[in-house]
Each structure stands twice: as structure tokens, then as C-alpha cells.
Design a protein. Structure first.
Length: 281
């Protein structure tokens, strides 16, 4: 069985990070080996939460996993809380990556043209170096602009125009591919547009052969954790040698089904009802 090291936080309430990666990667047939960067009572979208930062433990994961001769077919890194953690993720990759290891990095820093509260320029610069090591990266449009040194104000200037937004995504993806240390595939997620008053969400898959878009209708519901579900599905499917474009289509369709099956009365911070759909993967 293939093994995937998943570097992310663990939340009690809120379906995100390790709590979605563990079941999704497992149901797709690989062993999910968690490396917890922090433990939260509830994910940070809740009004009240307490957490313990585990940055100091990451070196111990590396040390003791090396002593146990650990090896990984895949490494998936998600949310990191600070510059120091990002440096340790880079160190982890250097210690465990082989020519056959597939690396997926989800550089969580912002969305909808704004940055998250943990964002710093120092963290951005570390993410720029970290993402160069990945075979696949899954930023949203805001994060791809940050990584590509494109002002995030460019997103608002597109004024929801489909062609402008898609051209911006392609521009960012090509900059990032050119900077990567390998033939990187860039997946830019959640590109929201308006066409004849109907909202559409596009995902871009950009690789050495070209740029490809997939799309789904925009659902007027917002739930935390869907990005983590998306990246977890991509990780699990590439371990099965599914091509990236097909993996993206599978992931986006899965998320749409989960959102549609989640009652409107659900607290958006709780996340979607993904559990009953795991069998569909």
C-alpha cells in the first residue's frame, strides 16, 4: 500500500485539514500518515477556539521517522501557521523526497482578493521557495497571484469578467511553472465568474502541455474545508496514477454533491456532509 505523509493541523470541530484528509486518502486506497502541525479545539472559522502549536515537534517527526526507516510515495502539505513551520515543511520534503515521491502543496494564504490573518511577507517568501519543490500545487486565484508577484488587486480589476479572470489565472500559472524545480502542474481553484447573470466556478489545470479549464455552476453556499477536501482527493487520485485533469473533475463533482447534500441550516464553519459520499470516490 502506498503511503502519503500529510502535513496539516487537526481540528476537533470543523471538517477540514487532517480530519478530511485521513478518510479521503484512506478510501482512495493509500495509507494517510498524519504529521500534525497544531491541534485545535475547533477550526479557526469558529468564534472561539484554543490550540496548541506543534512546530517544535516537526523536527522530532523527521528524526524518529528517519530512525524507523520511513519512506513515502506522496507528501501533501496544507495549512501552515507561520514562517517557521513552512521552513520545517521544506526540510521534511528534502529529507523524504525521492525521485518517485509525488509532492502536492496547498499554499494557504488568502482568498477572494484578500490575505488571511496569519499572512506575512516572510511566510509568502517561504511559500515561494516551498512550492518550487512540488509536483503539483493547488492555490486559489489570490494565492497564485501572491506567489507569482502579481498584485492581488488585479482580481478586483477584472470586475468578474470571465475572460479577464481566466487570462489572469493562466498568466500566474505560467509564471509559477517557469520558476518550479521540475515539470510542475499548477491547479488554480475556485475562479468565480459571472456569465449572463449565472455564476460559474472554474478550475485551471496548467502543465507542460497547455492550460485546461473545468467548470461547475456556482452554488450560493459557503462551507469551510472544501479546499482541503479538494486537495485530499487530488492527492489520493494521483497515488492511483489518475491524470490530474481527471482528478480535478472528480474532486469538483464530489464537492458539488457534498454541498448540495448539506442542509442550509448547517453552520458553515462545520463543513459539508462529505462522509456519506466517500463511497462515491
Amino acid at each position: 500500500m502506498k503511503k502519503v505523509a500529510v502535513i496539516n493541523d487537526l481540528s476537533g470541530f470543523g471538517k477540514c485539514s487532517l480530519s478530511v484528509a485521513l478518510p479521503i486518502i484512506s478510501v482512495l486506497g493509500s495509507q494517510c500518515v498524519p504529521l500534525a502541525t497544531a491541534v485545535f479545539t475547533s477550526q479557526t472559522d469558529f468564534s472561539y477556539y484554543y490550540y496548541t502549536d506543534l512546530t517544535d515537534m516537526i523536527d522530532k517527526y523527521i528524526e524518529y521517522w528517519k530512525l524507523n526507516n520511513a519512506s513515502f510515495d506522496g507528501i501533501y502539505s496544507g495549512y501552515v501557521t507561520n514562517h517557521g513551520q513552512a521552513l520545517l515543511v521544506s526540510k521534511f520534503i528534502d529529507q523524504f523526497k525521492t525521485d518517485k515521491t509525488k509532492i502536492l502543496i496547498d499554499p494557504v494564504m488568502g482568498d477572494n482578493g484578500t490575505t488571511f490573518k496569519m499572512f506575512t511577507n516572510e511566510l509568502l517568501n517561504t511559500h515561494k521557495e516551498l512550492t518550487k519543490k512540488a509536483n503539483i500545487i493547488t492555490p486559489n486565484l489570490t494565492e497564485s497571484c501572491l506567489l507569482a508577484d502579481i498584485p492581488i488587486t488585479s482580481i478586483a480589476k477584472c470586475n468578474n469578467d470571465k475572460d479577464s479572470l481566466l487570462e489572469l489565472a493562466i498568466k500566474a500559472a505560467n509564471i509559477l511553472k517557469a520558476r518550479a524545480n521540475n515539470d510542475q502542474e499548477v491547479i488554480i481553484t475556485g475562479i468565480n465568474t459571472a456569465i449572463d447573470n449565472d455564476h460559474v466556478v472554474y478550475n485551471l489545470v496548467s502543465d507542460a502541455n497547455g492550460d485546461y479549464f473545468t467548470s461547475t455552476p456556482m452554488i450560493n453556499k459557503r462551507f469551510s474545508g472544501t479546499g482541503d477536501i479538494f486537495a485530499s482527493i487530488i492527492t489520493g487520485l494521483i497515488m492511483k496514477d489518475v491524470d490530474t485533469l481527471s482528478a480535478v473533475k472528480k474532486a469538483q463533482d464530489f464537492i458539488v454533491s457534498c454541498i448540495n447534500d448539506t442542509p442550509d441550516t448547517t453552520n458553515p464553519s462545520d463543513g459539508v456532509y462529505f462522509e456519506k459520499h466517500l463511497k462515491d470516490l
